[in-house]
Design a protein around this ligand. Structure first.
Ligand SMILES: Nc1ncnc2c1ncn2[C@@H]1O[C@H](COP(=O)(O)OP(=O)(O)OP(=O)(O)O)[C@@H](O)[C@H]1O
Ligand SMILES: [Mg+2]
Length: 430
């Protein structure tokens, strides 16, 4: 007897066992009825087929625990049906029990059917033998289904574990970065704060001495003017540094807030260009290509900060050569380069449209391998041209741009210059 015994598996926990379906195939209705009566159980469904063709239709629609097939049938006989079932991936695994009136020599007759479980029942059928075979295969089927479900659950929990592990790694990286930022910040900030403060203190001491000696010449109008200008620069530097520090701590604690409201990006860029007019003249000028107005939902103060940072960098690393700023609308329902109407109600009307600001210089440029890291805090690519600041500007800029739902990237050729491109959805952050 080549009956396959089910392996001893632990009783599966969880939902009740799947209902099993058993297919019986015989060309004679009375045989089908008799067989069904023999194997009927509350927990299985018996489906009948009167021919090989009808059986093939059923096996393609249902997942059978077992097929009991009469060997002698007109048209397609039982073995031919089994051959066809074997040829299809979907039905190949269905265990088959041939029902035959032939002798035991029939057991070897079906040679081709080598994969899957095969067994034989001989007529006249022994009720006990039929039932026990059906029970064995139904049990096997149930265990297979349970195993498949357990495997699926295992796969799911493995995927969840992997996702958790990824999250954990990302958190670990963030923590490491946060600790590094804090440490770097403490050492750099104390140094950077100290230099202008020391300069101011020395100036104060010097002036106090002049006053004590009655040396009022030291405060002659031309000298006073220079004094005020120098003091202003030192104080501006300190204010900027403290603002950057505050932004960094806001970013790190997730509290960098932006307050989007209708505002005109073109006006902001024009204002920044005017503020830096003197320095821009010093490097051969600034070519401005701006629409009259470009209105979107943004935080005006933050956009001014972004523009200022990019212009400062272009001045710092621009090799004293001219700078170009271009602002345009791209994508959405507006044509590239079109200005948004000044009409405030039009804000965000161009679905998917973005404002694109490009700040281009012809300075030292940035190597390809540095183009990503300059957006990280304290990352500077100083080299012999090193006259940068703390290395916070672009990090803060990227955070602001991303908080608006936008993006920033750089295109640069060492020795030829850089173009920083900021893209902001007109509709503002989502
Ligand atoms: N236009 C540019 N051309 C060449 N290199 C640039 C340019 N802009 C930025 N970089 C490089 O990227 C680094 C990071 O820029 P970022 O603005 O973040 O810092 P920073 O200018 O050094 O200091 P901070 O902006 O904090 O005063 C700079 O130190 C510089 O090496
Ligand atoms: Mg900078």
């Amino acid at each position: 007897m080549n009956l396959v015994q089910p392996p001893a598996l632990p009783a599966p926990e969880g939902p009740p066992p799947a209902r099993a379906q058993v297919l019986i195939v015989d060309d004679r209705a009375e045989n089908l009825l008799a067989l069904e009566a023999l194997i009927r159980r509350d927990d299985i469904d018996v489906l009948r087929a009167r021919s090989g063709d009808a059986a093939l239709e059923l096996v393609l629609l249902h997942d059978f625990a077992l097929a009991l097939i009469d060997v002698q049938m007109p048209g397609m006989n039982g073995f031919e049906l089994a051959e066809l079932m074997r040829g299809t991936a979907r039905t190949r695994h269905i265990p088959i029990v041939f029902v035959t009136a032939g002798g035991r020599e029939m057991n070897a007759a079906f040679k081709g059917y080598e994969t899957g479980a095969v067994d034989f029942l001989h007529k006249p059928l022994d009720a006990h033998a039929v039932r026990s075979k059906v029970n064995v295969f139904v049990e096997l089927y149930r265990q297979r289904v349970a195993l498949r479900e357990q495997l699926e659950a295992l796969r799911r929990s493995q995927a969840e574990q992997e996702a958790l592990l990824c999250e954990l790694r990302a958190t670990q990286d963030q923590l490491r970065l946060a600790v590094r930022i804090r440490d770097d910040f403490m050492s750099m900030a104390s140094h950077e704060l100290k230099s202008p403060l020391t300069a101011l203190r020395l100036q104060c001491q010097l002036r106090a001495r002049h006053l004590a000696r009655g040396n009022l010449d030291a405060f002659a109008p031309d000298k006073l003017e220079r004094m005020v200008a120098t003091d202003g620069e030192l104080v501006d530097g300190l204010v900027r540094l403290i603002d950057d520090m505050l932004d960094i701590s806001r970013i790190r604690s997730g509290k960098l807030s932006i307050e989007p409201a209708p505002c005109d990006f073109a006006a902001i860029v024009r204002r920044v260009a005017e503020r830096f007019a003197e320095q821009l003249r010093g490097c051969g000028g600034c070519e401005l290509a701006l629409p009259d107005s470009l209105v979107g939902r943004w935080d005006a103060m933050r956009l001014e900060q972004v523009t200022t940072n990019l212009v400062t960098n272009a001045l710092r690393y621009g090799g004293g050569r001219p700078i170009a700023m271009r602002l345009a609308v791209e994508g959405g329902t507006q044509d590239e380069g079109d200005a948004m109407p000044a009409d405030r109600s039009a804000v965000g009307s161009a679905v998917g449209a973005r404002a694109v600001l490009t700040v281009r210089d012809h300075g030292i440029g940035i190597r390809k391998e540095d183009c990503e890291r300059i957006f990280q805090p304290f990352e500077r690519v100083t080299g012999e041209h090193g006259r940068g600041g703390l290395g916070l500007g672009l990090y803060i800029v990227r955070q602001i741009v991303e908080a608006h739902g936008g993006r920033i990237d750089v295109d640069s050729v060492p020795g030829e210059g850089s173009a920083f491109r900021v893209e902001l959805p007109l509709a503002g952050p989502r």
